[in-house]
Write a new protein. Sequence first.
Length: 176
Amino acid sequence: MYLRNLLEKDAAGMMEWMHDPDMQKCFRIPIKDRDLEDVIGFIRNAKIQMNAKKDFHYAVADEKDEYLGTVSLKNINLSDRNGEYAISLRQKAQGRGIAAWATREVLRIAFAELELERVYLNVLSDNERAVRFYEKTGFIYEGESKNCLFLRGKYRSLRWYRILRKEYFNHLERSN
């Protein structure tokens, strides 16, 4: 398993998770409406954003170079040394430890290579599976924004998480 730049050949795999009804429940934006042209445009733009050090979107690939999902550091602010984490995996990659591996790897990039101080994320409060995953991988709960989103006809809340550079290295030591 390894991380690499997104390639246009990954577009079909990306569309697979975007059109997955279970995944759609976890997103605030209407990803089910994305078509192949949209996804290819995202992939092309990802290269530009990476060169500008604003967003880093990586393909999670297996030993056969098959695209399994995307893990990202986005909204990077090098002045304040922080960035936002995100991950989306195809169904076939879920439940196999791939998300944990990709998260460890992207956090290594964030703290060891980009020298960020803080990586944060937000998640819909009722996404219990994701909440358990983030807490298990070392993210620390900071608080909840109650009823801050109106999605699919009802108000939803967001939970906010972070991991600081020192916390990451401490979590890494405890895991080894």
